[in-house]
Design a protein around this ligand. Sequence first.
Ligand code: PAF
Length: 284
Amino acid sequence: MKTETTIQGLNASLSTARSNRKMIGFVPTMGNLHQGHLNLVKEARKLCDIVVVSIFVNPIQFGPNEDFDNYPRTLDQDCQLLADVGCDIVFAPSVEQMYGSQPRLTTISVSDITQDLCGLQRPGHFDGVTTVVAKLFHIVQPNFAFFGQKDYQQLAVIRQMVEDLNFPIEVIGVPIARAESGLALSSRNGYLTEAELETAPAIYQSLTEAADQLKSGVSLDAALAHIRERLTTAGFVIDYVEARSPSLKKVTDFDQDVVLFVAAKLGKTRLIDNLTVVYSSNGS
Ligand code: PAF
């Protein structure tokens, strides 16, 4: 496995693959890798000849009071994990390599679907994500790109950008990786205290309970109220608990597939999760 820190180095490493028209798979990450990221790499490994993983903590997707400075940076450990799952190239650029020293005058911004859910509490976040992902797509020029479904809204926003801007890239969403407790894996779980780690699985539990309620005929409003009540009692401060259609449209009833979304703070840590509930007209 090679590690490249410059765009020039990455181009040199990919030149033979590109001229031989090899399928390039790309997994963008901010590092501090866990099983969820490794699942993305394994999926890429199945479909592609060459797998590139980027590790870049992107400053422009963090708000002024967010955790950019404290975000865990564990490059050596990440490279070891990536070598073990068959990654070919790690691209780990500096901020200067990605953004240069001149002011950046261009932002890639997807409208509408970025204004809801996480977009409400994190203004500018998705512009930071789409701008860096567009840059990375131009730099790596992959055939396939892999994103986790835990960041459901991010995945939808990136799909929209790829469609709107004609990136010749197939975007693949990979299911959420969970701990045995049901807690969705996230680099931010590392911020949780031992006591909070015990409490955190309540998010997934409340989502599955709400899904069961919906399937047994409870209204969508009541199922969402159940999640709010359950999490507030457990000590979370709720950011949002919402239901949307799979394409992120507002829904009021469970008369189609719905995605239940939670964002909530436990102590200082903001956690997100989601669960798709499949609608069946016979209620099963
Ligand atoms: O999901 C992430 O880790 C980041 O938002 C991404 C897609 C790597 C862009 O910085």
